[in-house]
Design a protein around this ligand. Structure first.
Ligand code: 3HC
Length: 655
């Protein structure tokens, strides 16, 4: 065996006349310029050398190839381009196999699709997730995948950006085999039996014919989830094209579309989100701090929020002890948690064995003393300062000295709760969003005295719960509700200044929010915020601008959708503009002598973005948020801000 090097990232060794080429471009073996050049050189060598009978491509570390190098997008292209490398693989006169040892995503799967044989490790993940970045595959994915697995299945994978296991890839026909412990040896053995004369080039296969209804259904399903984004529709068009167009023409159209989308605002925004997600939860100075070991999670309160947290913790593999005030409430809590798990079984997200395993790790009790076994206790009780403080003081007497206490408050000051306890350094905030087993966002609140290893543990726990953690400092409402308050306030100012609720809602929905603000208010109900405003009235500064319209609605018994009337009317259950509300708005304007002005949809969006971005700047300068992109993630994942606009900070910056 002799070692060869073709670039900094591409090395190779000759084994039994097979050139095993290893891509080593940490962290995910992305197809950077150096990788592409090295692969080209390795292929040239393989073609020319009489000692080489075939080639195996594989990746170093945990990835096969994580895709094109996203960091290169937006920079001038560097030769050789990926489609050239891929064409070279497919056209090589000697057999080429992919030994897919880990993630083969985007350009990584496109490389594999051009190989003549593909074997995967059982842990490998395969997919063309480009639509998640606002683009389509740009190196043959839309043209080669349908030739291998058919149009409907290719649409399902590409237009949804779905990532699949090696087993599913085998069932679909993407890989020729799944190999156990000896992937490389198996792939070498496999390619040795593949003769150069019988090479199967994916690109020359014809797309299998199938029922048009199946294709239309796959397309319609994907478009429904696409929420107005361009890439999924373009991906569907390109996959359909493969069936009727020669390979080279299809590839050219795919590349043209890829470049157009890659350079779009939507793709820039989604790339921003991609890197924002990777940066979130990283805290300067915390890199070297080891998190504490967590095996048992205590949860006080198993209502809507607590039961969702329990399901997330069970899914994360933890033992869960739920605590309620009475045996009866504990039984109800257990039923609620089991009910959520049952739902997961019914929808196919969980199998019977998974359910049994989770239930075996769950205990719900009325005996608080059982929390002595917990490594962390998360409270999910009524959001009241006295209730929470007394609970934590009581927990102080029960739990071990190294047990972490987490508060799931939305509006209370966790520093006040912490300072009332014996060990404030073990207190951290975990602000879950409802439903807690579904929503990805988790605000991890770094309180004044939170110890570094407590924060590190909270972040590690969040990751194991499958959450997207964003660290927030302490301020009323943390990051999310602070920005949301600024957004809401500005919307109400605009109502007073001349806009109507439906005009704001239409502008927001056109922009990409799933629902307008006032429709959301009506759905959630107006009375809780009304009660809060009444509590805050005494401390409100007399010169602060205050819009009374929401109060007037509540005084008139308009509490939202459930009472049939709110910002809108719901005479037949459907949302309708209500002239009565318009009259109330006009009366409120007249009281303040405000001459209403007309707002265009763009002006509405611009004013709301500015209000959010200004509040975001305040959070950044006060050290509450570490980076602007964290604020973007909170608004996208907690408040319906459209991901393809990149979040309020990104969007305001682009304007
Ligand atoms: N390009 C550049 N950097 C990438 C990258 C890529 N394709 N994929 C991941 N990275 C970086 C991340 O930014 C992160 O950097 P950091 O350490 O500086 O924060 C680092 O690699 C590790 O990433 P993760 O934290 O995501 O690592 P995981 O181990 O959790 O996951 C992965 C690995 C499954 C490969 C995941 O990173 C991933 O999904 N990557 C993106 C896959 C993708 O979308 N590929 C398509 C790219 S577009 C394309 O290929 C176009 C083609 O059709 C022409």
């Amino acid at each position: 065996m002799s070692a060869l090097r073709f670039s900094d990232t591409i090395s190779a060794a000759l084994t039994e006349a097979i050139l095993v080429v290893t891509i080593d471009n940490a962290p995910v073996n992305a197809l950077s310029a150096n990788v592409r050049a090295g692969l080209m050189a390795a292929l040239d060598h393989a073609e020319k050398s009489e000692d080489v009978a075939g080639v195996v491509l594989t990746g170093a570390g945990n990835s096969f190839i994580g895709g094109a190098d996203i960091k290169e997008f937006g920079k001038p292209p560097v030769e050789p381009l990926l489609p050239e490398v891929i064409s070279r693989i497919e056209a090589l006169g000697k057999p080429v196999a992919a030994a897919i040892n880990g993630a083969a995503l985007g350009g990584g799967l496109e490389v594999a699709l051009a190989c003549h044989r593909r074997l995967a490790a059982p842990t490998a993940k395969l997919g063309l997730p480009e639509v998640k970045l606002g683009i389509v595959p740009g190196a043959g994915g839309t043209q080669r995948l349908p030739r291998l697995i058919g149009t409907a299945a290719a649409i399902d994978l590409i237009a949804n950006g779905r990532i699949i296991s090696a087993t599913e890839a085998k069932t679909l026909g993407i890989v020729d085999g799944v190999s156990g412990d000896a992937l490389l040896a198996d792939t070498i053995a496999d390619i040795k039996t593949t003769s150069a004369a019988s090479l199967r080039c994916t690109g020359v296969l014809s797309v299998p014919s199938e029922a048009l209804e199946a294709i239309d259904k796959a397309a319609a399903d994907a478009l429904r989830k696409a929420r107005g984004q361009r890439a999924p529709a373009e991906a569907i068009r390109l996959v359909r094209l493969a069936a009727t167009t020669p390979l080279q023409e299809g590839l050219a159209e795919e590349r043209r579309t890829f470049i157009e989308l890659r350079d779009s605002e939507e793709a820039a925004a989604l790339r921003h989100v991609f890197f924002a997600e990777r940066a979130a939860g990283k805290v300067e100075g915390l890199e070297a701090i080891a998190p504490r070991k967590i095996e048992t999670v205590g949860i006080v309160g198993t209502g809507l929020m607590g039961s969702g947290i329990a399901v997330a913790a069970l899914n994360g593999g933890y033992r869960v002890i739920g605590v309620e005030q009475s045996a009866q409430a504990a039984e109800k809590g257990r039923d609620r948690i089991a009910g959520l798990l049952d739902k997961a079984v019914q929808t196919g997200r969980l199998d019977a064995a998974g359910l049994e395993d989770r239930l075996s790790r769950l205990a719900v009790t009325a005996d608080m003393q059982q929390l002595a076994e917990a490594d962390i206790v998360i409270e999910a009780v009524f959001d009241d300062l006295t209730v929470k403080t007394e609970l934590f003081q009581h927990l102080d007497t029960i739990v071990r000295a190294d047990t972490i206490l987490a508060t799931n408050t939305s509006y209370l000051d966790p520093n006040v709760i912490a300072s009332a306890t014996q060990r404030p350094e073990r207190i951290v905030g975990l602000h879950f969003f409802s439903p807690a087993h579904i929503m990805r966002l988790l605000e991890v609140v770094n309180c004044k005295q939170t110890a570094p290893d407590v924060l590190a543990t909270a972040l590690a726990l969040a990751k194991r719960l499958g959450k997207l953690p964003v660290v927030s400092g302490v301020t009323e409402g943390f990051i999310g509700n602070s920005i949301f308050s600024a957004y809401r306030r500005e919307a109400e100012y605009m109502i007073e200044d001349g806009a109507l609720p439906h005009e704001i809602d239409v502008a927001l929905e056109t922009y990409g929010f799933p629902m307008g603000l006032f429709a959301v208010y009506d759905m959630a109900g107006l009375e809780i915020a009304w009660a809060r405003r009444k509590r805050q009235a005494a401390s409100r500064h007399p010169t602060e601008r205050y819009v009374v319209i929401a109060d007037r609605l509540c005084e008139a018994g308009r509490f939202g959708q459930k009472s049939g009337r709110g910002w809108y009317a719901y005479p037949d259950g459907k949302r309708r503009i209500d002239p009565e509300v318009t009259a109330m708005i006009e009366a409120a304007r007249a009281e303040k002598n405000i001459a209403p002005k007309h707002f265009t949809a763009d002006e509405i969006v611009a004013r709301l973005l500015k209000a959010m971005a200004d509040e975001g700047e305040t959070l950044l300068s006060g050290g509450i948020a570490a980076r602007a992109s964290d604020i973007d993630l909170v608004m996208i994942n907690g408040y319906g801000f459209p991901a393809n606009k990149g979040g309020p900070m990104f969007a305001a910056g682009r304007r």
